[in-house]
Design a protein around this ligand. Structure first.
Ligand SMILES: Nc1ncnc2c1ncn2[C@@H]1O[C@H](COP(=O)(O)OP(=O)(O)OP(=O)(O)O)[C@@H](O)[C@H]1O
Ligand SMILES: [Mg+2]
Length: 386
C-alpha cells in the first residue's frame, strides 16, 4: 500500500505544473501592466461617494507561488473617508499589509498581482483606479497623494545616507512646486522640526544609526508627510517602540493629519492603538473583511465571533482575570481555503447554516456590517452567546 503523503506535500511533477501555469497567468498580467502610453480613459473612474479619499471595491490580490495560489486579499471592500482615520485590524497574515501594498502598487511582482476589483483614488477633480494604473503614472502620485510609513524604520531608512539627504531625495523626486535648492534645504529643517526633532540642523547631518528608535520613526513620518499626501498608510508605525514613545508618535500623527487634512489608513494588531486613533474600524480575517463599522460599533457592540474573541483577549485595566482568553485553533491554510465560513472551525458560536457557503456581508445598523450567519433573519434566535 502506498504511504500516505503529508498534508501540503507536492511532487516535483505537480510543482512544475503549478509553476508553469503560474507563469502563464502572471505573464499575461505583466504584459498588460507593462504597456507604454496607456490612455488615461482606461484607468479613469468615478468615486461612489465624493467624500471618500480611497474606495477599495472587491479587491482580490493573489500571490502565485510554486506551492499554489495564496489568496492574500480575497474580496475586500471598504472606504477611507476624507480627513478620517480607518483602522485595519486582524491577526498576522490576514492580508492587512497586502491590502495597503496594493494601493501603493508595491506588491512583489510578478508573483503578487491584483487579479480583480478596483481601488479608487480621489484626486479632487477626478478619480483613478489604482488597480489598472500603469506603474510610472502611480509613481507621480506616490508621495504627493499616497504615502506610507513603514513598520521598521531601521530597515526602511538607508543606512549609508545622511537623514537630510534622504529627505532631500523625496522632495526632489516629487518636486511639483518647483522649489529651488535653498527652499528644499529650508523645507528639510522645517519637516524635522514639525515632527518634534530638536536640533534639526544637527540631525539632518546624521546617519540613521546615530538616532534612537523614536527619532528614526519621526524621520519616517517626516518623509511620509513631506509632500502633504491625501492619504497616509501607517503600517504598524509604533510596534517597534516603547509605550511612552508610542503615545508621543500617535499624538504627533493625529496632530499632523489634522494640519494637512489628510486621511490615515492605520494598520495594527494593537486594539488599544485603534481605540485611540480610529474613526472607523475594519476587521480582517484570512484575507476577507469579517466586520466593519465605526470605532464605537466595533468596541462597544462587536458582532462577529472573531471580533468578540479579539475583544475578550485584550487586558482591561482594573479587571482581574487569571488567564486572558485566547481564540482556539489556527487560521486555515491560505492556499487551501475551505468553502464555508473561514472562521467556522475556530468558532464557538456556530449556528445551523455555518456549513453552507461563505456568509454574505449584512448590515446590522447603518454603519455596522458583519459577515456571519448569526445575524441572518430567522437564524438569530438560535445563536448562543458567550
Ligand atoms: N511576497 C509574497 N509571496 C507569497 N505570499 C505572500 C507574500 N507576501 C505576503 N504573502 C502572504 O499573504 C498573506 C497576507 O500577508 P500580509 O503581509 O498582508 O499579512 P499582515 O496581515 O500584514 O500580517 P502582519 O500583521 O504579520 O504584518 C500571508 O498569508 C502571507 O504569507
Ligand atoms: Mg503586515
Amino acid at each position: 500500500m502506498a504511504k500516505k503523503k503529508p498534508e501540503g506535500y507536492l511532487s516535483a511533477k505537480e510543482a512544475r505544473r503549478i509553476s508553469k501555469s503560474n507563469r502563464k497567468i502572471t505573464n499575461v498580467l505583466e504584459k498588460k501592466r507593462k504597456r507604454k502610453n496607456v490612455p488615461e480613459s482606461e484607468y479613469l473612474t468615478t468615486m461612489h461617494d465624493p467624500n471618500n479619499c480611497v474606495e477599495f471595491d472587491n479587491l482580490h490580490t493573489y500571490f502565485f507561488t510554486d506551492a499554489g495560489t495564496v489568496k492574500s486579499v480575497d474580496g475586500v471592500t471598504f472606504e477611507v473617508p476624507i480627513g478620517k482615520t480607518v483602522g485595519v485590524v486582524g491577526e498576522s497574515g490576514c492580508g492587512k499589509s497586502v491590502t495597503s501594498l496594493s494601493l501603493m502598487q508595491l506588491l512583489q511582482r510578478p508573483q503578487g498581482q491584483i487579479v480583480e476589483g478596483e481601488i479608487r483614488l480621489n484626486l479632487g477633480d477626478k478619480a483613478y483606479d489604482v488597480a489598472k494604473m500603469p506603474y510610472e503614472k502611480l509613481q507621480d502620485l506616490r508621495g504627493n497623494f499616497v504615502s506610507m510609513i513603514f513598520q521598521e524604520p531601521m530597515t526602511a531608512l538607508n543606512p549609508v545616507f545622511r537623514i537630510g539627504d534622504q529627505l532631500r531625495e523625496v522632495l526632489e523626486l516629487h518636486n511639483t512646486e518647483n522649489r529651488s535648492k535653498e527652499e528644499i534645504d529650508a523645507r528639510i529643517i522645517e519637516l524635522l522640526e514639525m515632527v518634534g526633532i530638536a536640533n534639526a540642523n544637527g540631525v539632518s547631518q546624521m546617519f540613521p544609526h546615530e538616532l534612537s528608535g523614536g527619532m528614526r520613526q519621526r524621520v519616517m513620518i517626516a518623509m511620509a508627510l513631506a509632500c502633504r499626501p491625501r492619504i497616509i498608510i501607517a503600517d504598524e508605525p509604533t510596534t517597534a517602540l516603547d509605550v511612552t514613545i508610542q503615545a508621543q508618535i500617535l499624538d504627533l500623527l493625529r496632530e499632523l493629519k489634522d494640519k494637512i487634512n489628510s486621511s490615515i489608513m492605520f494598520i495594527t494588531h494593537d486594539l488599544g492603538v485603534i481605540a485611540e486613533m480610529a474613526d472607523y474600524v475594519v476587521v480582517m480575517y484570512a484575507g476577507r473583511i469579517v466586520e466593519k463599522g465605526t470605532a464605537e460599533d466595533i468596541f462597544y457592540h462587536p458582532a462577529h465571533p472573531y471580533t468578540i474573541g479579539l475583544m475578550a483577549s485584550k487586558p482591561v485595566v482594573g479587571k482581574q482575570v487569571d488567564k486572558l482568553y485566547s481564540i482556539p485553533g489556527k487560521v486555515p491554510n491560505p492556499i487551501n481555503m475551505p468553502n464555508y465560513c473561514y472562521f467556522k472551525d475556530r468558532c464557538e458560536m456556530c449556528v445551523g447554516p455555518c456549513d453552507g457557503a461563505y456568509p454574505e456581508e449584512i448590515s446590522i445598523s447603518e454603519t455596522h456590517k458583519v459577515s456571519c450567519y448569526r445575524y441572518y433573519e430567522g437564524v438569530k434566535e438560535g445563536g448562543e452567546d458567550r
